[in-house]
Each structure stands twice: as C-alpha cells, then as structure tokens.
Design a protein around this ligand. Sequence first.
Ligand code: SAM
Length: 264
Amino acid sequence: MGGTLDYDASEARQEEAIYRTQSAAARRERIRELLDLELGDEVLAVGCGPGFEPAELGWEVGERGHVYGIDQSRAMLDLARQRCAPLPQVTLSQGNAVALPVANESVDAAVAVQVFEYLETVDSAISELARVLRPGGAAVVCDADFATLVWRSPNPERMGRVLDAFDDHCPQPRLGSRLTPHLREAGLEVDRVEPNAIVNTELDEATFAYHLMQFIEDYAADHDDVGPTVAEAWADDLREQAAAEETFFSFTQYCYLVRKPGSR
Ligand SMILES: C[S@@+](CC[C@H](N)C(=O)[O-])C[C@H]1O[C@@H](n2cnc3c(N)ncnc32)[C@H](O)[C@@H]1O
C-alpha cells in the first residue's frame, strides 16, 4: 500500500506482509468465487504485487490454463517469481496497467485489486482491461474508499488528522465508491458490486490493521501536516489501546464484477 510505487526490496516485503493476512486471503478467495473460473481458463492479474493472486489463480485454472501476472515494480515481481516458481502455468512480466503487454481479447478473466486507486489515469487502465478481455469475459476490479476507515482512538482529533494526511498517499483515495461510470464508459457491464469489509479487534502481526498502521505511521511521519512526533504518538495510542483489548478497526474495499458484452 506504498504511497510511491517505486518499491525497494524491503518495502515490497513490508507490503507482502499485508497480503499474507487472513483478511487479504479471504478477499482473494471471494474474488475467485465471483470470477467462477474453469480449468483451462486464461487469466490476467493486473498489478499482481507479491504474487499471491497469480499463484492462487494458477492453482484454480490448472496446468491447461494460464495466468499472466503484470506489475510495474521489479521488487514485487521478484517476490512473485519466488511464489509462482512451482507453477509453469504462470507467466510474470513487468508492465504498466495503462499499456498492458497483452493481446486484444486474449483472456477469459482478469483481476485488478487495489491497483487503479494508485493511478493518475484510471480510464486508460480500465479501457486496457476491456481491450484484453474476450467477449463474455469477466473481471473483478476492487478498490478502497479510504473514507471507510474507522479506527477507534482515544484521540479522535489526532486520528482524523493522520487519516486526512494518509489520503494523500494515492491519487484516487475514494475510487472504490466511484468506479461504476468509469467501467461503463469503457463498455463493461457491471454485474455486481460487493463490499469487502475488513474488521480487526486485535492489533498483532496477523492483522491487516497492524501492517496498515506501520505504513500510515511511516507515511504520516514524512507528511507536512503530521510529522514524526505526532505520527509516533498516534501509533503509541493504538498499541496502548490494543494492550487494553480495545482495538476497533474497519476498512472497506468495493469489488466490482464486470463483464465484456458478448459470449465466450
Ligand atoms: C496495493 S498492491 C496490490 C497487489 C495485488 N493486487 C494484491 O491485491 O495482492 C498494488 C500493486 O499494483 C502495482 N502497480 C501500481 N501501479 C501500477 C501500474 N501502473 N502498472 C502495473 N502495476 C502497478 C504496484 O507495483 C503493486 O504491486
């Protein structure tokens, strides 16, 4: 969830820790259910990150199928290559969501999870997605609306200040609630929109909230409206609250199941 997409190896591993959590695994599982893949399908994972998506999609489509994982970050692709090494049906390439290195109408299904919110040019990425899907093909586009972040704090004013600053970490912090017109503009039909809510009432390494806290603390420490002292005090509050078993964290992303008109 880095503000810059120019991850080094250590930032990529930090982000990988978020995708290891049960919350992220459950989201991927639900997205695969929505896609309803068949053995032999060809699938694209746009912004595949550390490779959980292409690996799991690879198991789903089997050796007769194929998964193309695209990411612009070399550090992320290094992690994805390790994760997908046992799967010959997965091909990973460096590429940009706004100019996918994939032929027209060549995939049965696609996923783009928490990628488009990091782009300045959402429409170009969505029209690329529409271009590469076969007629009748399905995709799940999932993005957050960071206004859905509810995080109990003994200091709500400071919490508000830190979360306002964190909104600047990506160009489209509200995209999750605003995707429909962009998808329709690209000629995609929106079949279904589902919330994916992550709720944590504990704050340890197994939780999404714990890893997001680290990102936000680092980001806010460098932000002019917060700075390192306030960022550290904010995180200390959350740790103290966790010690008192009073954590409440909730964050919602929205998953859009879309279809390219036509039949497969
Ligand atoms: C928040 S991570 C999500 C990773 C993955 N989709 C998942 O849910 O496990 C966003 C990923 O999108 C990639 N990304 C961001 N902008 C991109 C672009 N323009 N083209 C390709 N990949 C991009 C980043 O490098 C990062 O790996």
